[in-house]
Design a protein around this ligand. Structure first.
Ligand code: BMA
Length: 896
């Protein structure tokens, strides 16, 4: 392309692309002693994907393959590619080989010369290869070492000094040891919800770039609320020059607004530092009237504006463009003094926001598959539909793809971003910390500008682990504490604040007491305190349906219960029905959480009489039960947290402002806390989350003493007046209510209000439901909220007693009709029942898609549900294949 043409299309990507040689696509892979050689490989990719594609191994997710394929992790693998380079390309002053992600330990060889090595899968590696390239064909080799062996070696070296625990995961994980010694996805050596597949490979894009003077490496933009009329857009542009030569030329920034494009041009004339890098800062004041504010999901549009930065050198041979989209918003984490403790909540654009959300584990156990846009989109769209406004990217996985953060910004889903350290102590040798600094630099510069990025956290649970001696560190506490401060404060936090000009929000751990932890030398006396910061709360023993047992923290960033994925998902990993027994070897193999299957059964027993024979199979009924129990328990806990947002109790607890349940997704088919299984199928929890996170809800807290408090909760930005709250009592044996009590209420914006309190036994027996001790087994509460007869919240219900002790009447529920109503694949499903029906559950066995609601209660004889089909299908086919079930037609319940 001629220079003239290049100038004309200065601001398109075309010129820049003339100086990129893309190395994605086909490569060759061999085992380094040639046991397996010259296999086709795909980049971005990884060794497990390549071995599967070559038919050397079967589906790694099938059966016990996670254990049977362990030989792969002990071998070293070499990736090769030949690339043709033109003289025009090679004539550029700077020629770099860029790997956006290398997993993890590798040596990089170009035409027989070692050009560098890698040791951190979260770093972008850039190697100057100009002097090693020739015009014509060049050979690139990437030699990967076994991560399991390297981790072991590093552990042995470290242990000459002192050991960094935990050395190995619990036996149940079937995992590998010493993952904390290496900078690789921590859960790739197994976790309590996932298998061990310690992959190696080029897991992100790879290319060769060439330029004369400079290239834009990162654009880190930050929106600052300057004054009532202006935003300031602070932009740090990081530019590179390998030879540390003076960089000259022009930088142009272009911001789209509602009224016009705002452009700024500055001359560049600077000398790169010792790393060959130069940072140029541009500030732009933007009138607030020119742009709409960016809002989280549920509070307004999440408007983003195009923002381009272009560099052109003097002779116009270099054109480098970075395109992004920016939202104008102010985010604060408020930790203010209360009589007891500190608050802990987020404000966006000065509005305190209750964070409704979930925790994300890696999109896939194979990191390259986690880049798949379709899968990212499916998860985030589902979260958005559930009114989720925050997702925590958990610290044992990966910093997700650019697309993930672009989409969360578009959807108004704030991100709580952990740095990738989880459930372990970590080394602090000079080389380790240097490696971490590289990681922080790359990831913070890559991620910070996304509008969705709200807070960075140093690690997952390591403050608690250290304080509570999870890994026997107590005897040597001061050493591990010193390491803790060195890693998370002196290294990570300092680097993070340097990049963000002290404006970024950073907490040291999750959970943490926030400022209180900081004041206690970063490790609080009780990091799980309800009076400060966030908590993680898991209860597998106490009755989950009783709200007395839940804490009332400032922010609950993890809580959850396990369930089983659907039978169709199970039959993609086994074809043996005996494997579907909760007591089978296979089930124990897939259940990594120590005592997990016992806990799962214990949860069911609070709800149902599960007969002994159900231990033989976890057929549909058993799976269905676990999904009900999970959905119901998480719903009760979530609604409890939401109900605590406006009040403080005498012990200082309250003002709860966040509920992020554990966990959104899965990395294989197994018992887990997820709401969406590995194959993308929604569990009942996913459907229920659309309701328990709705902007306005009516809910209850049922205490051990059978006192029932009814709450009206609103996240809306303005008050809602004259609402009718209907508290209906039904006897289980009739669709005709026993009693309806209507209350007229107003709910303030962003608040929770206790609108009524009952003694359930007194109230229900007075209504004729039975004696003081039997009334609660015969009747239940049904709650709804309307305004001018239009529903403003999902209906809700309270079971005053365990379902297993309630006198539920058998219902006959059926699908009357299914009809297509739109070309977009939406079908209407008409359902009828002759009695109150519980947890009515629709499943589309063949055709993928989701229902508008599922797992619901029917108190009326008829109901309409929509099915969004993801595949072409017909009315008749769906009528034949969609199944419907409900609690009483499951054989375990009736004990037949
Ligand atoms: C939390 C997490 C994970 C774990 C989950 C379920 O503590 O941080 O480490 O997978 O619990 O046990």
């Amino acid at each position: 392309m001629s220079k003239l043409l290049c100038i004309i299309i200065l601001y398109s990507n075309l010129c820049a692309s003339t100086k990129i040689v893309n190395l994605n696509g086909e490569w060759i892979v061999s085992e380094d002693t040639n046991q397996y050689k010259n296999m086709k490989a795909t980049v971005p990719g990884g060794i497990y994907s390549d071995l599967m594609n070559n038919g050397i191994i079967g589906d790694i997710f099938y059966g016990n393959n996670d254990v049977e394929l362990k030989w792969i992790q002990n071998l070293n693998w070499v990736y090769y590619k030949n690339v043709s380079i033109s003289s025009e390309f090679l004539n550029q002053e700077n020629v770099n080989l860029i790997f956006e992600g290398l997993d993890t330990f590798s040596s990089i060889i170009v035409n027989g010369n070692k050009v560098g090595s890698s040791e951190n899968m979260f770093v972008q590696y850039i190697f100057d290869i100009k002097k090693y390239l020739n015009v014509g064909i060049n050979e690139i080799e990437v030699h990967f070492s076994s991560p399991v062996k390297v981790a072991k070696k590093l552990h042995e070296e470290q242990s000459k000094n002192y050991t960094i625990p935990p050395t190995c995961p619990p036996l149940e994980y079937n995992g590998e040891c010493h993952v904390n010694m290496i900078r690789k996805m921590q859960s790739s050596f197994a976790w309590d919800w996932g298998p061990s597949f310690p992959s190696v490979g080029i897991w992100k894009n790879v290319y060769i770039e060439a330029y004369n003077d400079s290239v834009i490496r990162y654009v880190v933009s930050d929106v600052i609320d300057k004054d009532t009329d202006h935003w300031t857009l602070n932009v740090d542009i990081y530019m590179a020059n390998n030879n540390k030569n003076q960089v000259t030329g022009r930088l142009k920034v272009d911001l789209e607004t509602n009224l016009m494009n705002i452009t700024k041009i500055i001359e560049v004339n600077g000398k790169p530092d010792e790393n060959g890098e130069i940072m140029i800062t541009i500030d732009m004041d933007i009138l607030k009237g020119y742009v709409n504010s960016w809002w989280p999901n549920g509070y307004g549009a999440s408007k983003l504006y195009n923002f381009d930065v272009t560099y052109v050198n003097e002779d116009k041979s270099d054109i480098s463009i970075k395109k992004s989209r920016i939202g104008f918003r102010k985010i604060e984490l408020v930790q203010e003094k209360l009589d007891l403790g500190l608050t802990f909540y987020f404000k966006v654009n000065d509005v305190p926001i209750f964070m409704k959300g979930t925790n994300e584990i890696p999109i896939d156990i194979l990191p390259e598959k986690g880049q798949n846009k379709t899968r990212v989109k499916q998860l985030l769209i589902a979260a958005h539909a559930s009114h989720i406004n925050m997702i925590r990217v958990w610290g044992g996985g990966v910093y997700e793809s650019d697309y993930f953060y672009e989409l969360t910004s578009e959807l108004g889903i704030l991100i709580w971003q952990d740095f990738m350290f989880a459930c372990a102590m970590y080394p602090t040798t000079d080389s380790y910390l240097k490696n971490v600094v590289e990681e922080v630099r790359h990831q913070v510069r890559r991620l910070y500008s996304h509008s969705s990025l709200a807070v960075f956290s140093g690690n997952n649970e390591n403050e608690g682990a250290l304080r509570q001696n999870w890994y026997n560190t107590a005897q040597n506490y001061s050493t591990y504490h010193e390491d803790y401060v060195k890693l998370y404060i002196t290294t990570i936090k300092s680097e993070f604040l340097r990049i963000t000009h002290n404006r970024g929000i950073f907490i040291t751990s999750s959970p943490t007491n926030g400022k209180k932890s900081d004041s206690e030398n970063y490790v609080a006396e009780n990091p799980g305190s309800s009076l400060y910061g966030d908590v993680h709360f898991y209860n597998y023993i106490l009755n989950p349906f009783n709200t007395n047992f839940y804490p009332t923290p400032r922010f609950s960033s993890e809580y959850g219960y396990q369930s089983l994925p659907s039978l169709q998902s199970w039959f993609t990993v086994t074809n043996n029905t005996e494997d579907t027994s909760i007591n089978s070897i296979f089930m124990n193999h897939r259940q990594h959480h120590p005592l997990g299957n016992l806990e799962l059964k214990a949860l069911l027993l609070y709800f149902f009489d599960v007969p002994e024979e159900s231990n033989k199979y976890f057929n549909e009924a058993f799976i269905y039960y676990t999904q009900i129990a999970q959905a119901f328990a998480v719903k009760i806990e979530t609604e409890h947290y939401r109900s605590c947002r406006s009040s403080l109790e005498e012990n200082g607890e309250g003002y709860t402002m966040g509920a992020l349940y554990w966990q959104l997704n899965d990395v294989w088919v197994a018992p887990s806390w997820s709401s969406i299984d590995y194959l993308g199928r929604w569990k009942m929890l996913q459907y229920h989350s659309m309701e328990f996170f709705a902007p306005v809800i009516v809910t209850s807290r049922l205490k051990v003493d059978r006192i029932l408090e009814i709450y009206l909760i609103s996240d809306l930005p303005s008050p809602l007046m004259n609402l009718t709250i209907s508290i209906t009592v039904y006897n289980w044996n009739s669709c005709q209510p026993v009693n309806v009590e209507n209350l007229t209420k107003t709910i303030e914006s962003g608040s929770s209000q206790n609108i009524k309190t009952y003694n359930t036994d007194d109230y229900l027996s007075a209504l004729g439901c039975g004696t003081l001790s039997s009334a609660r087994t015969n009747c239940f509460f049904y709650l709804s909220v309307t305004k001018n007869e239009v529903k403003v919240s999902p209906d809700n219900f309270v079971f005053p007693d365990a379902l297993k002790d309630s006198n539920i009447t058998t219902a006959h529920v059926k699908i009357d009709d299914i009809r297509k109503i739109s070309d977009a694949g939406v079908f209407i499903i008409e359902i009828s029942t002759d009695q109150i029906a519980l947890f009515v559950w629709l499943e589309s066995l063949d055709i993928r898609g989701n229902f508008s609601e599922n797992g619901f209660l029917m108190v009326q004889p008829k109901r309409v549900v929509f099915f969004n089909s993801e595949e072409q299908t017909s009315n008749d086919y769906l009528l034949k294949t969609i199944t419907i079930t409900h609690l009483l037609n499951q054989k375990y319940f009736t004990n037949e």
